[in-house]
Design a protein around this ligand. Structure first.
Ligand SMILES: Cc1cc2nc3c(=O)[nH]c(=O)nc-3n(C[C@H](O)[C@H](O)[C@H](O)COP(=O)(O)OP(=O)(O)OC[C@H]3O[C@@H](n4cnc5c(N)ncnc54)[C@H](O)[C@@H]3O)c2cc1C
Length: 551
């Protein structure tokens, strides 16, 4: 198909073959009224007013991806693929723009929903999944074959967006991140070339895709090494009593004590089969007043009696330190049922809208990776603040909040063993999500969500590292690259420069290419030298001598 000139829409419409796979239109643009409104609605509706891509293209083959890339390049638009559409900052729609944003800075979105193929090879026990497969669909498909991958629990998240940024779940301490289980990725490069990135071919690209994939190429499909599903798992919640703690010195002391015991257990001795998370959220007490639920929850890959032995070091430390007012609820189920339990609404998998996700939340979240325990003073101030915030919690403000922080690292965690990808923070211990949302997303809330979340982290030490899959929209004007990719950023920029010099795959927090031959520092030096040179010429010019007036 020839790629024509004119504007980018004409180019896309005239060059792409109709997408017959799922009956979707091939190209949707802002001229398409309601269809456009639905197709371009972000998962995070807090950003709705500032999201304005140039077009959404429903691609289904490498050829259609290639054609869309060509049109975008011809008209200088950025390209952002969309798999499950759950980016916290709507980066799969190009991210927030302002009315001053140039038309050609608005993204061409490649919707990958039609890249849905999924196939299991029982000999190698590998699965090949298209980028548009959703995490819940992958888990369900594997469960039927007695296999698992360490995905997150939310079923409607896309495999594409999760696998390229990290992907952790209940099995991560045993099986690593989702991206650690990728054997190869089929991608289309900015040049339009379709290649397979693996340890053998395009190894540098393969390294970069796993941690920074959205900046480097369009991933079409992934090959994963699967693992046997545990025959049964034990889901558990260890909660301080009463379940709704009231604020005050004693509650703060008890919450600090639980955190410290949990942290020590996670870092020093927890079995790799234990998935452990720290969880704090407001909870209504028996007398109808609000308090704070403080708990450790998670899953153990094994039977209940084995679980009780595995968790015993934590409970006995609590007992030794004088904490006896807690409950340990546990029950046995399958890993798949445990995912169901945690992951919210699985029916959404079936009623996914034709043009977009059918699920929207108005929220703000911050992420934080910690690599050691928190200093006592900030931990205690932080928990005292959360206890106080819960006590004034009022659902009529239309706001809900929580902190959920899995302990993914520690002595026995598989996460440390892998270090051959662009996921930078292998020495992590906990990945924190600090989250606030509207209860009813259609209604206003009387609380500013960003202020609330900032307040929740106010007493914590400055954030040194963040989780790449929990994009914090507010980091855009900070040194986000250091927080996301740490010391790996220079190598990533080299790879970006090699594969996408013109920065086709750009969004507010993407990897930037190195523009060689142009260095602001040297330009300044040349300008200063030139000014000095001109000034000296002027200063040393032959001075005209004044004629003396004749008498
Ligand atoms: C309710 C909820 C629960 C979550 N739970 C977990 C969890 O338990 N564990 C966890 O690790 N994460 C979790 N996440 C975070 C989630 O993994 C990330 O938001 C992920 O990036 C979403 O992927 P997506 O495909 O749905 O999103 P998208 O918005 O489609 O994509 C996210 C980013 O990846 C890029 N991208 C998508 N597809 C491709 C592709 N094919 N090629 C190149 N770039 C691509 C997009 O351009 C965008 O920048 C959760 C998110 C939500 C909303």
């Amino acid at each position: 198909m020839p790629v024509t000139s004119g504007n980018v829409l004409e180019c896309l419409q005239s060059s792409l073959l109709p997408n017959t796979a799922h009956g979707d239109p091939t190209v949707v643009s802002p001229d398409d009224g309601r269809v456009w409104r639905d197709a371009s609605m972000p998962y995070n509706t807090r950003l709705t007013g500032s999201i304005s891509p140039a077009a959404i293209v429903y691609v289904n083959t490498t050829q259609s991806i290639r054609t869309a890339l060509k049109c975008a390049q011809l008209h200088h638009h950025p390209v952002t693929p969309r798999s499950g559409g759950h980016s916290y900052a709507a980066y799969s729609l190009g991210g927030p723009v302002s009315p001053r944003t140039r038309a050609d800075e608005r993204a061409i979105v490649l919707d990958m929903r039609s890249c849905k193929s999924i196939a299991y090879d029982s000999y190698s026990q590998t699965v090949v999944a298209g980028s548009g497969v959703l995490v819940g669909e992958l888990a369900e498909f594997l469960d039927k074959r007695g296999r698992v991958l360490p995905t997150g629990a939310c079923p409607t998240v896309g495999v594409g967006g999760q696998a390229l940024a990290g992907g952790f779940g209940l099995l991560t301490r045993e099986r690593g991140l989702l991206l650690d289980n990728i054997l190869s990725i089929d991608v289309v490069l900015a040049s339009g070339k379709a290649v397979t990135a693996s340890p053998e071919t395009h190894a540098d690209l393969f390294w970069g895709l796993r941690g920074a994939g959205a900046s480097l190429a369009v991933a079409h499909s992934f090959t994963f090494q699967t693992h046997p599903a545990p025959p049964q798992v034990t889901y558990f919640e260890l909660s301080l009593l009463p379940r709704a703690l009231t604020p005050g010195a004693e509650s703060t002391f008890r919450a600090v004590r639980l955190f410290q015991a949990f942290h020590k257990f996670g870092s020093e001795s927890a079995d790799s089969r234990l998935g452990l998370s720290w969880h704090v959220t407001p909870e209504r007490g028996k007398d109808n007043t609000w308090g704070t639920k403080v708990e450790v929850l998670g899953q153990f890959s094994g039977a209940e009696n084995e679980f009780l032995a595995a968790i015993a070091p934590l409970t006995s430390v609590l007992n030794k330190r004088g904490e006896t007012a807690f409950t340990l609820d546990h029950r046995s189920l399958s890993h798949f049922d445990s995912l169901h339990n945690l992951g919210g609404n699985w029916t959404r998998l079936k009623d996914r809208g034709p043009m977009n996700i059918n699920e929207h939340v108005h929220f703000y979240a911050k992420s934080m990776i910690t690599k050691r325990t928190l200093p006592m003073s900030s931990l205690s101030a932080h928990l005292a603040r959360l206890l106080a915030l819960s006590a004034v919690h009022n659902p009529s403000s239309n706001t809900e909040w929580f902190i959920l922080a899995p302990f993914l690292g520690g002595a026995n965690s598989a996460i440390k063993a892998q270090n051959d990808s662009a996921f930078a923070h292998r020495d992590l211990q906990m990945v924190w999500e600090i989250y606030a949302k509207r209860i009813d997303e259609e209604e206003e809330s009387t609380v500013n969500l960003i202020d609330l979340v900032q307040n929740m982290v106010f007493d914590l030490p400055p954030i040194q590292a963040v989780y790449p899959a929990y994009i914090d929209s507010e980091l855009v004007h900070t040194d986000y690259a250091r927080l996301i990719w740490g010391d790996l950023y220079p190598r990533l920029r080299e790879i970006k420069t090699l594969y996408d010099l013109d920065d086709l795959f750009r969004y507010p927090q993407s990897v930037k290419p190195i523009i060689r031959g142009f260095n602001v520092k040297w330009v300044l030096v040349v300008v200063v030298c030139f000014v000095v040179f001109v000034f000296r010429l002027w200063w040393t010019r032959p001075k005209r001598t004044r004629r003396s007036r004749p008498d």
